[in-house]
Design a protein around this ligand. Structure first.
Ligand code: GLU
Length: 478
């Protein structure tokens, strides 16, 4: 039977890094095995679900490149079908109405606790005649088998077994007539022909209940694969303070989707000692059955390192879309994909994130520099540098447009250095500050080349004016 798997988030918050990992594994396993992915939004808890969360999940998945083959489907649309299946179970003697009040249930649990028994529903309404329950508020409970056991061969965890006497009679429909998670999931997985249920190991305790339920309903049992959860470096379950923030926050921080995916896959899965994978490689190689069973530690530093590797290994045109997104975020002009493709190679080596790359491109894209690093000017400029800087400016002016290339720019610099008995660093740093406002930029010749002759000369002039004014003010005030 063809593989069909689903990602089934509850829209009660953004798509965080743990949820993204589940979505990614569903996607990759399906791709590598010729299967189909389905997105099912589990919005049955209407109080806690929101459209905003649905949108954030869809956007997060889109950014990561994990669009489902089918869906999104909304679980709440199948409400009537869930209820109909619960009623069918009552008709077939596999479920019953329970009219126990909250006070009665509390008293029952208290009594069990006093006797030293694990608190669980004791099934007292199983045998109540139906005419005693019809007019009372009730829930629908499933008649869980009370003897024997249930087991399955988990594709990640191996054989898992539960004794039935550990499970009590599960509520299928609440007193407000809303289906519970276990009922809705079992019915939907069946109706959507799901063959593989891949989810976090926090759902393991639901699985024996779901297996009993699907067997009572006469459904085929899917395969189950429960993934180990992510933990922070202190060993605790991943939380906000460890980086369990929205995946879109990772985008804002400048991570590439492919690097996030690569990193998440490597947490628990390996292919020899290969660290770096493209999406296509992962879509061919990934196999959920080869995931390790132990909890995995999320390490942001490692992700940052991998991000730098992906930035460096990408073709410039593969980065233009993401760079454009960051430029827009920073309110910087966007010269278009073609120009960006020609600029990007000058920044790939130096940028660990795309946000950093966008910042580094700022000097090239704006008409006027917003400011200068004053501290850098103090460190790298002194009035005796004014004559060589002016000489450089004049000689650059004499280069015609055809000569605005690395060789001519270099020989112009060298002639000024020779005439003024200066070392390169002495001249290059104030030039860099004048051109970019900072001391960080691509190589000095590249910087001039990228800016072009007009902008270079204009900025040199503005920089020199600014430097000398600053120097004058400082001598006056001392
Ligand atoms: N909606 C559940 C959750 O977000 C997942 C249910 C499942 O995968 O069976 O945890």
């Amino acid at each position: 039977m063809a593989l069909r798997t689903r990602f089934a988030p509850s829209p009660t918050g953004f798509l965080h890094i743990g949820g993204a990992r589940t979505a990614l594994f569903c996607h990759l396993h399906a791709r590598a095995h010729g299967g189909t992915t389905i997105l099912r939004i589990e919005d049955t808890d209407l109080q806690r679900s929101s459209q905003e969360a649905v949108d954030a999940i869809l956007e997060g998945m889109r950014w990561l490149g994990l669009q489902p083959d089918e869906g999104p489907f909304f679980q709440s649309d199948n409400h009537q079908r869930h209820l109909a299946e619960a009623r069918r179970l009552i008709d077939e003697g596999r479920a019953y109405r329970c009219v126990c009040t909250v006070a009665e249930l509390d008293a029952m649990r208290e009594e069990q606790r006093q006797k030293g028994i694990k608190p669980r529903y004791d099934g007292r309404c199983r045998h109540r005649p139906p005419d005693q329950t019809t007019d009372l508020p009730s829930v629908i409970r499933f008649k869980t088998p009370s003897t024997g056991h249930v087991s399955w061969n988990d594709l990640i965890q191996g054989e898992i077994r539960f004794d039935n006497n550990e499970l009590d009679d599960l509520v299928l429909v609440r007193s407000d007539n809303s289906p519970t998670y276990n009922l809705a999931v079992v019915v939907d997985d069946h109706d959507m022909d799901i063959t593989l249920v891949l989810r976090g190991e926090d759902h393991i305790s639901n699985t024996p209940r779901q297996i009993h339920l699907l067997e009572a309903l006469g459904y085929r049992r899917p395969d189950y694969a429960h993934m180990p959860l992510l933990h922070g470096s202190d060993g605790a379950k991943l939380s906000k303070r460890h980086g369990a923030v929205s995946v879109l926050q990772y985008r804002e921080d400048g991570f590439l989707a492919v690097a996030v995916n690569n990193y998440l896959v490597r947490l628990g899965w390996s292919h020899g000692d290969q660290e770096f994978f493209t999406m296509t490689e992962l879509e061919n190689l990934f196999d959920v059955t080869r995931l390790g069973r132990s909890a995995t530690i999320f390490n942001r530093e490692k992700l940052l390192w991998l991000n730098g590797q992906h930035i460096r290994a990408s073709q410039p045109h593969e980065l233009t879309h993401e760079l454009s997104w960051h430029l827009e975020r920073l309110g910087l002009p966007n010269p278009g994909p073609e120009t960006l493709s020609s600029i990007i190679p000058h920044f790939q080596e130096r940028s660990k994130t795309m946000a950093e790359m966008a910042e580094k491109c700022r000097f090239l894209l704006v008409d006027d520099l917003p400011s200068y690093d004053q501290e850098a000017i103090r460190r790298h400029y002194a009035p005796d540098l004014h004559p060589p800087l002016e000489a450089l400016q004049q000689r650059l002016q004499q280069l015609n447009d055809h000569s605005w290339n690395p060789a001519h720019i270099e020989s112009t610099f060298k002639s000024v250095l020779a005439d003024h008995h200066l070392k390169m660093g002495k001249l290059a740093q104030p030039v860099r500050i004048a051109l970019t406002g900072t001391t960080v930029s691509p190589g000095i010749y590249e910087t001039l080349l990228l800016l072009g002759k007009n902008k270079t000369l204009l900025r040199l002039q503005q920089g020199l004016d600014h430097f000398s004014t600053l120097a004058r003010q400082e001598t006056q005030s001392t």
